[in-house]
Design a protein around this ligand. Structure first.
Ligand SMILES: Nc1ncnc2c1ncn2[C@@H]1O[C@H](COP(=O)(O)OP(=O)(O)O)[C@@H](O)[C@H]1O
Ligand SMILES: [Mg+2]
Length: 246
């Protein structure tokens, strides 16, 4: 039983087709790598799933709840959005402590202070920054700030974690730490994860299943070893071997 199912999705901006997906299914507790050339529609896919961008047509079944994406009410969108979390390429830190940065979403949900303290410290442990809880977030390194952004997402206990090129601006050492943290979160919580990455070895290391997005379509979708070892399309074969594709 898929936990997320998209059907008949069509996104266009000013009459230009951006993304067309007949159907896409994600199973609970897996890590999905989303790869493809720049401009192919990967971020659009995450934004549509996160209900930040309205398509022209499309339905989404999210953990059993079926919604029409083109005519979704704000209240319904918010209820679903609260079961997912998004981390973008560049972390945005507020000029307060690490604790406050991570606690934000929980305060917004009006949880009591004790629960907030517990969940924030648990999230910071998962990203290996428990000792930075009182530090000013603006003084963190880029790699640490990105892990705080991840803690801010996972503190919400999302069913689905959406990561849009989260390590693109990190140096190799921090990429490796970030990947370990993702694996740890996945092992401990079984969170379903969609990670957009232009780093193919990273997709290989992290993902159970990969999707190849090209020119606004999912051209290939397969378990990770099949995806890389036996690409079915010339486009994916070219992309994997580093040849330029358009
Ligand atoms: N607001 C917008 N207005 C016009 N075109 C857009 C807008 N947002 C995205 N696009 C276009 O949609 C396509 C897919 O973009 P995107 O999903 O960001 O690609 P990716 O994340 O794969 O690099 C690109 O051609 C991009 O230029
Ligand atoms: Mg993008």
């Amino acid at each position: 039983m898929p936990q997320l199912h998209l059907k008949h999705l069509h996104v266009a901006i000013e009459k230009k087709s951006i993304l067309t997906i007949e159907q896409m299914s994600l199973a609970c507790g897996k890590i999905y790598g989303i790869v493809g050339p720049s401009g192919s529609g990967k971020s659009t896919l995450l934004r549509v799933v996160n209900l930040l961008q309205k398509p022209l047509t499309g339905t989404m079944n999210y953990w059993g709840e079926e919604v029409d994406l083109a005519s979704l009410s704000h209240a319904k969108a918010l209820a679903i959005q609260r079961q997912m979390a998004f981390v973008a390429q560049q972390p945005v830190m507020f000029h307060t402590s690490v604790f406050d940065n991570v606690a934000m979403g929980l305060r917004y949900r009006k949880l009591d202070r004790k629960t907030i303290r517990e969940r924030v410290s648990e999230a910071l442990q998962l990203v290996d920054l428990a000792d930075r809880i009182h530090q000013q977030a603006a003084t963190l390194s880029g790699g640490e700030a990105q892990r705080v952004a991840l803690a801010r997402a996972i503190v919400l206990n999302p069913r689905l974690l959406l990561l849009d090129e989260p390590t693109a601006s990190l140096d190799p050492a921090n990429v490796s730490i970030f990947e370990q943290v993702i694996k740890g979160i996945h092992q401990q919580r079984g969170t379903t994860i969609m990670i957009v990455t232009h780093n193919l070895p990273q997709a290989k290391r992290l993902a159970d299943h990969c999707l190849f997005v090209h020119k606004g379509r999912i051209v290939e979708s397969a378990d990770t070893s099949t995806f890389f070892d036996q690409p079915q399309s010339q486009e994916l074969a070219d992309f994997i071997s580093g040849r330029m594709i358009y």
